[in-house]
Design a protein around this ligand. Structure first.
Ligand code: SF4
Ligand code: SF4
Length: 453
């Protein structure tokens, strides 16, 4: 019987103290009248259970910054300010709001609501300088996860022929290569982050729950002790000899780009014809010049951006991926190869945006650590969330919850865009507005056709 894709989530509290966005302070002139307790619908103000005549310290983690208690306090005893610890969360594209939003997503697997109270930027660098076309949002049948129309988030990984050939009897002549069908357009990648054995197992458990692939160092495969289905593992190997340690059920391996990539790829294909081979590439101008060869031979190009979301030349993935996609279309190679992009994906909306810019799928790395409580503070020796002691089940639930929340947001976006499968979003730049284009349209009369900086 047909079974609709479903991700089983388990609400899972963080292991360390939350970092509230606001700090509520009660001054000494408080007369314990209790008006603030009645004013706050979020329960941030309570009486002290040891002495009910007094108010307890405000619980800042519950405050939504509505200012009602501040206004209603007859003594003007309450004040609210942005928490310095919150302000210091994250780095670059990993902004404080994004980090804390991901903590919430990993905790309750729910779509965050930022709309009415959202006071963040509506523009910025990289993917923040593009907006998706949500003009179909009014159609009730296309209302994302609540709608009646089925919206597919499946993607295919592998080479696809440009056309199918049949003989006169209708039998297929085209040789089809191996294809891996994933229910979500994201893979987990633990090869670019440092994880404990427990976290590795937890993430493998999440990959199993999601039905997606997990890229990992070859040495980590044996640490899983067969706990994760081998067909979901994508070992990162460096030579053909490494193939002996790759489980026979594995459907894909990754190799890094090197001068010998062609020979390695050829030998891998000879030894295991059914295996997908992905080449990891660091995007740069030199590499772009050699990309045609790789797109002709490899099943997958895995394009690695830094966690800042930029390539080696300081160009954002948004622009590099668009250039790469357009180039591959122009030379007639785009439909053959699968392109996976990774790095700097710090919010759910960045997954469909990366796909619009030309990716078939993305991998998640730092986002997996943030799901566990990482502050992206880069003080890993003295981790404020003690990620090293995170137990396997906690890791599995938090990563699954985050991915489920991201998939639900993708469904909402696809529904609002009137697109019924994420595959059709690839390279659809016409369904997005790019900041520089909007500026040019709005101001070109003033600037005489030039861009506005
Ligand atoms: S309303 Fe003001 S004075 Fe009354 S209990 Fe709250 S903080 Fe104290
Ligand atoms: S500002 Fe609003 S949410 Fe925050 S403590 Fe006061 S009443 Fe509660």
């Amino acid at each position: 019987m047909y079974e609709r894709y479903h991700i089983h989530v388990v609400p899972t509290l963080g292991r360390h103290h939350p970092v509230p966005k606001f700090v509520v302070r009660r001054a000494d002139n408080c007369i314990n009248c209790g008006k603030c307790e009645r004013a706050c619908v979020y329960g941030a103000h309570k009486r002290d259970t040891n002495d009910l005549r007094k108010m307890a310290e405000p619980d800042s983690t519950l405050c939504k910054n509505c200012f009602r208690c501040v206004v209603e306090c007859p003594q003007r005893a309450l004040s609210i300010k942005v928490n310095d610890e919150f302000r210091n969360l994250g780095k670059g594209v990993w902004t404080p709001v994004r980090v804390s939003t991901m903590w919430n997503e990993a905790e309750n697997a729910k779509i965050p609501v930022l709309g009415a109270g959202y006071r963040g930027n509506f523009s910025g660098p990289g993917y923040d300088a593009m907006w998706t076309d949500m003009s179909e949002i009014v159609r009730p049948t296309r209302d994302g996860i609540h709608g009646r129309e089925f919206i597919s988030t499946s993607v295919d990984i592998g080479r696809k022929p440009p056309l199918l050939r049949f003989d006169e009897n209708g039998s297929l002549l085209t040789q089809m290569g191996p294809i891996v069908d994933l229910p979500v357009p994201f893979l987990l990648d633990v090869s670019r982050i440092s994880v404990t054995d427990a976290a590795l197992k937890g993430m493998a458990g999440a990959a199993k729950e999601l039905g997606t692939l997990m890229v990992l160092p070859l040495d980590s495969v044996s640490k899983l002790n067969g706990e994760a289905p081998a067909e979901l593992l994508v070992p990162l190997i460096s030579s053909v000899q490494d193939l002996e340690r790759v489980p026979p059920q594995a459907r894909m391996v990754e190799i890094s780009h090197s001068p010998e990539w062609k020979n390695v790829l050829k030998e891998l294909k000879e030894k295991r014809p059914g295996l997908l081979v992905s080449i990891r590439v660091q995007p740069s101008k030199e590499l772009m010049a050699a990309v045609d060869d790789m797109a002709r031979e490899a099943d997958v190009l895995h394009v690695l951006f830094a966690e800042s979301g930029m390539d080696h030349d300081g160009q954002y993935a948004r622009d590099t991926m668009r250039l790469l996609h357009r180039h591959l279309v122009k030379v007639g190679l785009r439909d053959g190869v699968t392109v996976i992009s990774s790095g700097g994906l710090a919010a759910a909306e960045m997954v469909p945006k990366s796909i619009i810019c030309g990716s078939d799928a993305v991998t998640l790395e730092t986002a997996l650590l943030v799901a566990l409580g990482c502050h992206v503070c880069e003080k890993c020796e003295d981790c404020p969330s003690d990620l090293r002691s995170a137990p396997e089940e906690f890791v599995k639930c938090r990563v699954t919850n985050l991915c489920s929340a991201w998939r639900d947001q993708m469904l909402e976006m696809l529904g609002a865009m009137g697109i019924r499968e994420v595959r059709r979003l690839r390279g659809e730049t016409g369904r997005a507005i790019f900041q520089e284009d909007a500026h040019r349209d709005a101001f070109s009369d003033i600037t005489g056709g030039g861009n506005v900086e």
